[in-house]
Each structure stands twice: as C-alpha cells, then as structure tokens.
Ligand binder design. Structure first.
Ligand code: ZN
Ligand code: ZN
Length: 135
C-alpha cells in the first residue's frame, strides 16, 4: 500500500494518508489540506509544495537501533564482547531489508510502500537540502 506522511505546517502533527485518497488533510487541525495528483507518483513534483526534488532514505527506526545497541552493551560483560558483534550483524541484516522512503526536500513529505524507486531519486544530499532549508 502506498502511503504518505507529513508534518503539518500549522500544528506540527504528523499525519498519514493513503495515496489513493485525493484530498489529503491534517487529521488534527484540518487546516492543512491539499489535493494529491498522480504526477506525484512519478516524483516530478510534490503535491504539496511543488518542489521538484526528492531523496530516498532507509525507513530505519532509530529507536529500535538504539535499543539493539543498549541490549548489546548490557550483555557485554557476560558475553565477552560477542554481543556487540551480534548486534552489529542484526543491524546490518535489518538495514538490508528495511524499505526505502522517498522524501520531499522542501516540505519533508514522506512516501512509503514503493517497491521500485526510480534511479533518478538519489540519496540525501546536504547541498541540495541547504537550498530548501527554511531555517
Ligand atoms: Zn495540523
Ligand atoms: Zn514537498
């Protein structure tokens, strides 16, 4: 299933929506709403901010990663350091199977559920991000 999530500009709530629905709105304040057009699915333009650039990143849960490391370090004295190696391996396997998310540089809208991501979408680039950074 294709879904998108975005942080609302007016209330900071992160909302999720199915890509199949045409009008997407913040479920909390309902102030932010926009029309989703299918052009978005080939990532020519962002439906919300018209930005033309996207990047991809691993949809990796950082908290889960930290938890692994924590467990690994707790077990460290009992396993003579083997647990850390183990954690690293789990981490690597995990990383490989984790899906990629496509993110809009400007409004940070995230798209999930795309099995094949177009080659034109590159990994996060700081220089490009700086151009869009509002702060
Ligand atoms: Zn809102
Ligand atoms: Zn955008």
């Amino acid at each position: 299933m294709l879904t998108l999530s975005k942080k609302c500009d007016s209330c900071n709530n992160v909302y999720n929506s199915k890509v199949s629905s045409k009008t997407i709105k913040c479920d909390k304040c309902k102030k932010e709403r926009f029309f989703f057009h299918s052009k978005n699915l080939i990532f020519e333009r962002c439906s919300f901010c018209n930005c033309k650039e996207f990047y991809k990143r691993k949809d990796f849960n950082q908290k889960l990663g930290c938890l692994f490391v924590l467990i690994g370090s707790l077990l460290l004295p009992f396993t003579y350091g083997i647990s850390l190696v183990f954690v690293l391996i789990i981490d690597m396997i995990f990383y490989k199977y984790v899906d990629e998310v496509i993110v809009c540089y400007k409004c940070k809208m995230e798209f999930r559920g795309f099995k094949k991501i177009s080659k034109s979408i590159k990994l996060f680039d700081h220089h490009t991000a700086e151009l869009y950074d509002k702060y």
